[in-house]
Design a protein around this ligand. Structure first.
Ligand SMILES: [Fe+2]
Length: 237
């Protein structure tokens, strides 16, 4: 019998390097893990799925002005020192990047030159990984911000590859042709793993399956905001 369960891709196929490329693990800095206990629970959940590391990607956006690269680096170092002391968490790699909203403050972040890009080499082993410098970016769900295409171009001019988070979730704004056009312009795509199990609905699942079938994703992430959310994604190790 052919079921949704059988059609869900396995994590080890999607992430052969075992690194979750997108998650809100850093405690207390955005709408992700509220505290250290929650963060540690997410890590244990990721480990139970067979993953061996994660890139913390806290939001950087106009509505979270405290989330500067300097502040997030400090919060990350503190977090890492606590994780390192946990006997139940062994050999789990943590990295720091950020998920940048393409909003009115983004051009200022870009021109400052102080960016939390995906650390080079951390996506190695993942699908289509290259020695590129990736900058994880997102769009709002309901309205394309003015100048968003120019912002993508300026990221490329600054020497980075924009890695667009969960393109399958922008179904009200971008269809698969639009998304393909972005890839043709040098934009990489990060799929959300929960999309394949229908966590965001059937339409998002279908778009994700189509993008994957056309090998348009560079990498994948859980986009976990809590341990409960991670378990609701119904991931298939
Ligand atoms: Fe996210």
């Amino acid at each position: 019998m052919f079921t949704f369960f059988q059609r869900r891709p396995r994590l080890r196929q999607l992430l052969p390097g075992g690194i979750d490329a997108h998650c809100h693990l850093l405690p207390g800095v955005d709408d992700g893990a509220a505290d250290m206990e929650e963060s540690l629970s997410i890590i244990r959940g990721l480990q139970a799925l067979g993953l061996r590391g994660a890139i913390c990607t806290p939001h950087i956006m106009a509505s979270l002005p405290q989330n500067t690269p300097a502040y997030l680096r400090q919060a990350f170092e503190h977090f890492q020192s606590i994780v390192n002391r946990q006997s139940s968490i062994v050999n789990f790699q943590l990295h720091l990047a950020a998920e940048y909203m393409l909003d009115e403050v983004f051009p200022r972040h870009l021109s400052s030159g102080d960016l939390l890009a995906i650390p080079e080499g951390t996506l190695s082993g993942n699908q289509k990984s290259a020695a590129s410098k990736y900058l994880l970016v997102e769009l709002p769900q309901y309205l394309l911000p003015p100048g968003w295409q120019d912002m993508l171009d300026s990221i490329i001019s600054a020497g980075y590859t924009p890695l667009l988070a969960h393109p399958e979730r922008y179904l009200r704004l971008l269809d698969t042709q639009d998304i393909r056009a972005l890839v043709n312009r040098g934009i990489a795509l990060q799929g959300n793993l929960g999309s394949f199990a229908g966590y965001y609905g059937n339409r998002v699942r279908k778009i994700a399956q189509e993008l994957r079938a056309n090998e348009l994703y560079t990498t994948y992430g859980t986009d976990s905001h809590s341990a409960r959310m991670l378990s609701s994604l119904r991931l298939n190790p």
